[in-house]
Write a protein that binds this ligand. Sequence first.
Ligand code: KIV
Length: 300
Amino acid sequence: MADRQKTTLATLIAQKHRGIPISILTAYDFPTAQIEEAAGVDCILVGDSAAQVVLGFDSTLPITMDFLVTIAAAVRRGAPNVFLVGDMPYLSFNVNAEEAIRNAGRFMADAGCDGVKIEGDARIADTVRQMSAATIPVMVHLGLRPQAVHQFGGYRAQGRNAKTAQQLIDDAKTLEDAGACAILLEAVPPEPAKIIADSTRLPVIGCGAGPHCDGHVVVFHDMIGLTATPLPRFVRRYAETRDYIQKAVAAYVSDIANHAYPQAEHCYQMEEGQAAKLTPAKNRSAPAPSPTHPPTSPKR
Ligand code: KIV
């Protein structure tokens, strides 16, 4: 993917209209971003799911703007050509539109994002309108909204009956009219997802919303089998990296226990004849090196 061009919002909209599926993954760090860009993903979401998969919280609520902006900038350094979306954390956009614009502006100006994502239904239309007027491309996240877990009473699929599915369809239209740049549907049956995808000019990204969406997103750690907890039904695991990494770590621990590592090839050599000049330290009362000023590590 060395000759890859920058993916923009126009690219994603063109993909929708040409029927070319849009691939999206989450990323939370520089090397993962490099891997994803090299593998050809169109778009990276720096998701607030980092709260759970990276920081170990049991919901997305505790993650902060500072943390997400810092890691979004690292992801941008690793993936300069993807369409990069910063996920606005809990209450960073719902207090008032001014705060939403300021916070979104940090993702755009400080981290180099191409847009932001906010969770909500038709009630956030006015915020979307004002953010959009402030030149911020806003992806709206409908359906299962993890930030509303306490209102939903758990992580449950949404739009499973005609009334709630119709509400999703109507909300998507309201948010498109308010100026959203894309729609993300999480844990929604394929039928309403298809109606939404067919009736909007915006890219519709499914996260457990069936095959008719214009693109799909999952959490990177789930997809590569690094997550320990049970996964949502819509995730396909493409690797079992947790087992693989654990075996590597166990081999390292075992090698150290058995004096099998490090060996000669891992050592730096002294200059010719210098080792023979060394003697044990004469001054036994010399202070130990201060732990606050450890010796500098050699170059790799
Ligand atoms: O935070 C996140 O990773 C998300 C995706 C699951 C869509 O919002």
